[in-house]
Ligand binder design. Structure first.
Ligand code: AMP
Ligand code: ZN
Length: 514
């Protein structure tokens, strides 16, 4: 077997590494908390989906039939994760001429564009919160008598009615509960709204009738309802950023426990998912990344400055998902250089065996949930024992709680192997690239080429053919040892913002300056 290492994942619920044992034989059902679409996602948000994607690809690689759900929160998420503040979308709509529905659509599409740019596979379902409001009301009705109480502002979940409330957050030891702001009349500080009534005399753009009056569902309720509806309780894995470990996910678990009608988290069925996984933050030197302060680091900003989006994906993969990752432009540049080196090596391999029809070139798994294992070679297809051993090493790395940094090192080893069958080396590298999601085809349907990774800021004023012509002249001059002409061309280009990179480790190259 090429993927025989046991899959071990870190469960935030137990704070332990655990072997993955699926609820349903041969299947893996995963729910990822999606974005709140009141603004563009920043690249920190996108780290959460690169992580969920690597998890999904690894599950596919291990042979599980994956059903992945990512939701879109278009209602209910307040400006504070607890019950303080306004609905993020209602607030955005106040400052905009657009309707709240248009705002949600616009930012959902922007998020999907980032998903595609980062080669994140499409989940089986994108569940949109506002499509599930009737089910949310039904869910709330089913737990209201035993677990909720009504205040003027809404229907509240009484956290004392379930066992071990906050165990996921380690609320007693962490500062979790202390941070939650009080709402008048709440029985416990940690109680939260599952239905927020529209205040008398106000109209919200998004509101629905319910047994508790006109209003909107609470954010935590949405995820409990959509995960249960699409995956069934219990399902295998629930993911989100580390901030969700403190409030959002403990509250989902409390609702799920109430719904499953039994107390106690010892039975995994009661928390909804067996394994809860959290990615750590992408941070800036100045602190946590935010949409409201400092430079708003959108993926599009990176692209506008000329960086290929896969460089950001690689940057994420170079760190383990449970480690904090600091963003810097230098770090992004280093990831781009590494990506260029890989792409150059793979491009060379393709040229060496004289075909662009690579081993894996015809399968695109972005549309569906194709099993990666189906396209993996059997061990006997690699006669070279070094390749067999490297594939096993890769499998062990990725199976050990998604060890992407180590898996990348194994890929580097494959790419630098000497005296090896070119086609087999290419095949093995392609498999690894696919598991890591670095196998993106360009929009023209062609393989990623080194030239696609050139730094090309949007603001550049000179066209690429002009640069290429000038560089061809310069090459000619250098060949004739006419350094005066060569230098003059270099200066001319520099004046137009083009930096000729003679010292680029990958050979002759150019980039457009910032
Ligand atoms: P939001 O749109 O705020 O609901 O966030 C979408 C996802 O991004 C959630 O899973 C968050 O936990 C996650 N997230 C938010 N900020 C960061 C960050 N700086 N780094 C990594 N993940 C983040
Ligand atoms: Zn959620």
């Amino acid at each position: 077997m090429t993927n025989a290492a046991p899959l071990i994942l870190f469960n935030s619920l137990t704070r332990q590494l655990e072997p993955f044992v699926p609820v349903h034989e041969g299947e893996a059902r995963v729910y990822s908390c999606g974005p709140t679409v009141y603004n563009y996602p920043h690249i920190g948000n996108m780290r959460a989906y690169v992580f969920a994607d690597i998890l999904g690809r690894t599950l596919s690689w291990k042979g599980y039939r994956l059903t992945h759900v990512i939701n879109i929160t278009d209602v209910g998420h307040l400006t504070d994760d607890a019950d303080a503040g306004e609905d993020k979308l209602e607030k955005a709509a106040k400052f905009s001429a657009q309707s709240i529905w248009d705002i949600a659509r616009h930012y959902t599409e922007a998020y999907w564009a980032d998903i595609r740019a980062l080669n994140i596979r499409q989940p089986a379902h994108w569940s949109i919160a506002t499509d599930y409001v009737p089910q949310m009301i039904e869910f709330a009705k089913s737990i209201a008598d035993r677990h909720c109480y009504e205040l003027d502002s809404g229907l509240y979940f009484d956290t004392a009615t379930v066992a071990d409330y906050g165990r996921l957050a380690r609320a007693q030891t962490d500062e979790g509960e202390g941070r939650i702001e009080a709402v008048e009349g709440k029985r416990h500080a940690a109680d939260f709204a599952i239905w927020r009534k529209t205040p008398p005399g106000e109209t919200r753009q998004m509101e629905w009738d319910s047994p508790w009056g006109k209003g909107a569902p609470g954010w935590h309720l949405e995820c409990s309802v959509m995960s249960g509806a699409l995956l069934g309780f219990p399902f295998d894995i629930h993911t989100g950023g580390i901030d969700h470990r403190e409030i959002h996910h403990p509250n989902e678990i409390a609702q799920n426990q109430a719904r499953c009608c039994t107390n106690g988290l010892d039975n995994p069925a009661n928390s909804g998912a067996k394994i809860w996984m959290h990615n750590n933050f992408l941070v800036e030197r100045s602190g946590k990344m935010s949409k409201s302060s400092g430079e708003f680091l959108r993926l599009q900003l990176l692209i506008d400055r000329g960086y290929h989006p896969l460089a950001y994906r690689l940057m994420c993969l170079q760190a383990h998902y449970r480690s904090e990752l600091e963003f810097s432009w230098d770090g992004l540049g280093a990831a781009l250089t590494r990506l260029k080196r890989m792409v150059r090596q793979i491009d060379d391999l393709r040229h060496q065996y004289g075909s662009t029809a690579g081993y894996l070139s015809t399968t695109t798994d972005n549309e569906g949930l194709a099993l990666l294992r189906v396209i993996a070679p059997r061990p006997d297809e690699f006669e070279d024992q070094r390749l067999v051993a490297l594939l096993a090493e890769f499998d062990e790395a990725i199976s050990a709680d998604l060890g992407t940094p180590q898996a990348l090192v194994v890929l580097d080893k494959v790419l630098s192997l000497k005296r090896v069958d070119v086609l087999q080396k290419h095949s093995l590298a392609s498999i690894m690239l696919r598991v890591l999601g670095l196998d993106r085809l360009e929009p023209d349907g062609d393989f990623l080429k080194p030239a696609d990774l050139r730094i090309r800021p949007k603001a550049a004023t000179i066209s690429e053919p002009e640069i290429e012509t000038a560089l061809a002249r310069r090459k000619e001059a250098r060949a004739k040892k006419d350094f005066a002409t060569s230098d003059a061309i270099r200066d001319e280009l520099a004046a137009k913002g083009v930096e000729v990179m003679d010292g680029d480790p990958l050979g002759w190259e150019w980039k457009l300056g910032d």
